[in-house]
Design a protein around this ligand. Structure first.
Ligand code: SF4
Length: 701
């Protein structure tokens, strides 16, 4: 098993990021903006204080400019828990937010939004609007084609929203015109099949966006900073071409836009755009291609999750600003830490989507938070204040729940000792980091190790805490984790049966014909690990070439239009999937699901990515498989009543976990005892839940 992160040479100063910058009339102290993200609590006056606290911490965390989550310019363009700029109460809430953040010294841009055919009828109480009545795979609904009157009303709604933003004290507006929302729908021939002056030629498809920009300029004057989030690549076959995209960027510049923020992909796209399989800086060549065609500042975001990647992209002249969004959930002080040389203390977004996008994309949506920072979104409820009195705290187990519990307890002023039976920290986090596509978990582990050292946590490795040890502490948090569950099957103790943990930890070598019993998140991880090996992430070149995305990118020279060599490639190294054994023999992998679905427990925004990877890597999948016995030749079972033998020289068990609770009963009379993470409950266990429980239990102290 690999024991360290693949990224070891990380600089601590970022001169390109530290340069002052300008967007129109807006002077900015450096190049790190906070991109727009929807939090799922907008518009709810009961949540107003939470929203204020969330943004306030990001102002204090050094964001040069914060772009708010989208605020719908009209009711049919929004949905549940969206601000709607035609509602007086929402306007008042937004004005108070701008005032609050400006009082703290922050600069805030209001994002003006219209979902078009990505709105849900039951949320807006009407049939969604779109350029043409073409069904959406995202909502599974068919919108209605907008009339000319609807279009005129929409242009006026954008203008009125921008006028409001200026009057309310926002420093700028950003028009949302990417990710497949309304303006993007008008630009794309896929969704715009109109026969009038808004459809057909590029000139006509651009018309609505250009009218919106002109109307905003009329409404706010020439000096009010106007950003436009345009799509650099829709990642939809048959959609707007690269040449059209460049022309559109130039026309936006001519129309008076002050900066272009480049979005990538639609919600219906089958190319991963924000998942961890996208290499860091993976879409920067697209941004660079647009930057080469315009003179206004260009902003990039997708998978720019660390300051070193951001700094390199700016230094190379590929983009002018970065506006990451999720990285600000993972660490509210993203810019401050980057610019003050505290890269080691940065809690890096690992692109898992588990507590952010998966939450807000749920129906009904859940408030966004963060796997790596469970306090995100609840800063108001959990202020960063020291505990009333300092206590001696023991944390047993150095997996995700224990690491977070130790960190939070120490941060709140307690004297913390962390006991870990293994020679290294990490537990299930360390196992997950072995899987190609999940290497970012190394960042989480690195962050915890750094924080525990900084906060003075006494870490006792190779140490099984005894009951006597633990009775000496005022409080005990048991985070002893889980062990793989063995199903009650004949033959399960045969020598070729192994657990996922044996395999991912490197205790046993992988076989040649492998059957994986259990196709939830862990089973899929094991399949990908076996197919790809434990490699560094794919290079940017390989990723873009694989997805046939090459706008502005020359595969032969390895350079983007107007730019130098790929910085993320240099940061990431090159990896090559290897579905072969150590002896170079081809490996066959069969993933066996008892239910009808593969990856059913993986979150909505990444499940399809996992499934398509399994498919591309040639991993065989079999659903409705009822295992009956493990035999020398493989595994026996039935599918819809029909007997099947799955040949295998290795059977990997991924059918669940059992809690490790050795100390629980003996310590039951301890005056302050909490059992957290998998040790408490294995059902629905994932890193997000374990870390959250660690945080909450330690915060209670
Ligand atoms: Fe990033 Fe995952 Fe946190 Fe979302 S939940 S912000 S993807 S680390």
């Amino acid at each position: 098993m690999s024991t360290s992160a693949p990224w070891t040479l990380i600089p601590s100063t970022y001169p390109a990021l530290a340069q002052p910058g300008r967007i129109g009339s807006l002077m900015l102290p450096h190049r790190i903006l906070m991109g727009s993200m929807h939090l799922g609590v907008e518009g709810d006056s009961a949540q107003e204080k939470r929203l204020h606290s969330f943004y306030a911490e990001r102002v204090q965390g050094g964001a040069a400019l914060i772009i708010t989550g989208g605020a719908a310019v009209s009711p049919e363009g929004g949905g549940d828990h969206w601000f709607c700029l035609t509602q007086p109460d929402h306007q008042r809430q937004l004005a108070r937010l701008a005032e609050h953040l400006h009082a703290l010294g922050g600069k805030v841009a209001l994002q003006l939004f219209h979902a078009g055919r990505y709105a849900f009828a039951d949320e807006i109480g009407a049939t969604p609007w779109a350029p043409s009545a073409i069904a959406s795979k995202f909502t599974r609904e068919t919108p209605r084609a907008m009339t000319r009157a609807d279009i005129r009303a929409t242009v006026e709604a954008f203008a009125a929203a921008a006028r409001f933003a200026r009057a309310a004290g926002f420093a700028a507006v950003e028009v949302m015109g990417s990710e497949g929302y309304l303006l993007n729908q008008f630009l794309s021939p896929l969704t715009n099949q109109r026969q009038d002056e808004y459809g057909g030629s590029l000139e006509n498809r651009m018309r609505l966006s250009l009218e919106v920009v002109a109307a905003i300029r009329d409404a706010t004057g020439p000096d009010f900073p106007l950003l436009f989030r345009m799509s650099g690549a829709d990642c939809m076959p048959g959609s707007t071409s690269w040449e059209e995209t460049v022309v559109f960027a130039q026309r936006l510049e001519q129309a008076g836009v002050d900066a272009l923020n480049i979005g990538i992909g639609w919600h219906e796209s089958l190319v991963p755009t924000v998942a961890a399989v996208v290499p860091r800086g993976g879409f920067a060549p697209v941004v660079a291609g647009i930057k080469a065609a315009v003179r206004i500042p260009v902003i990039g975001a997708n998978r720019i999750n660390t300051p070193e990647v951001a700094d390199r992209l700016i230094a190379l002249g590929w983009l002018d600003f970065v506006a990451p969004a999720r990285p600000w959930l993972a660490d509210a002080a993203f810019a401050r830490k980057a610019l003050q040389g505290d890269r080691a203390g940065l809690n890096v977004c690992i692109a898992c989507n588990q507590s952010c996008l998966d939450h807000v994309m749920d129906r009904p949506p859940r408030p966004a938070s963060c796997l790596a920072n469970p306090r995100a979104g609840q800063e108001y409820d959990w202020p960063l204040a020291p505990a009333r009195s300092s206590r001696r705290v023991a944390v047993v187990g150095g997996g995700p729940a224990g690491l977070e519990a130790a960190r939070t307890a120490a941060q709140r002023g307690h004297a913390v000792t962390l006991f870990e039976a293994m020679p290294v920290l990490g537990g299930q986090l360390r196992l997950a980091a072995q899987v190609a596509g999940k290497e970012e978990f190394w960042e989480t582990l690195r962050y915890y190790q750094h924080e525990l050292a900084r906060l003075g946590v006494e870490v006792r490795l190779n140490t099984r805490a005894s009951v006597q040890d633990l009775r000496a502490f005022d409080a005990v948090l048991l985070a002893t984790g889980v062990a793989p569950a063995l199903p009650d099957l004949p033959g399960v103790h045969l020598p070729h049966v192994v657990s996922y943990s044996d395999l991912l930890s490197g205790r046993v070598a992988a076989g040649r014909r492998v059957a994986i019993l259990g196709a939830g998140g862990i089973g899929c991880d094991v399949a990908l690990y076996l197919a790809k090996g434990s490699h560094p992430p794919a290079s940017v070149q390989a990723f873009l070439a694989h997805h046939r995305l090459a706008p502005g990118w020359s595969a032969t020279t390895g350079t983007a239009a107007g730019a130098g060599a790929s910085p993320a490639a240099a940061a990431n190294g090159a990896g090559s999937p290897a579905a072969t054994t150590a002896q170079g023999m081809p490996r066959t992998i069969t993933l066996l699901a008892r239910s009808q679905r593969i990856a059913a427990t993986v979150g909505r925004t990444t499940r399809w990515v996992v499934r398509s990877e399994l498919h591309e890597l040639g991993i065989q999948t079999l659903t409705h498989f009822q295992a009956k016995a493990v035999v020398d030749e493989g595994i026996l079972g039935t599918v819809h009543g029909e007997e099947r033998l799955i040949p295998a020289d290795q059977v990997v068990i991924c059918t669940g976990q059992v809690p490790r609770r050795e100390l629980w009963e003996e310590l039951a009379d301890h005056p302050w005892l909490r059992v957290i993470g998998g040790a408490r409950e294995t059902r629905g266990l994932n890193a997000a839940r374990a870390i959250r429980e660690g945080f909450e239990a330690a915060y209670e102290l």
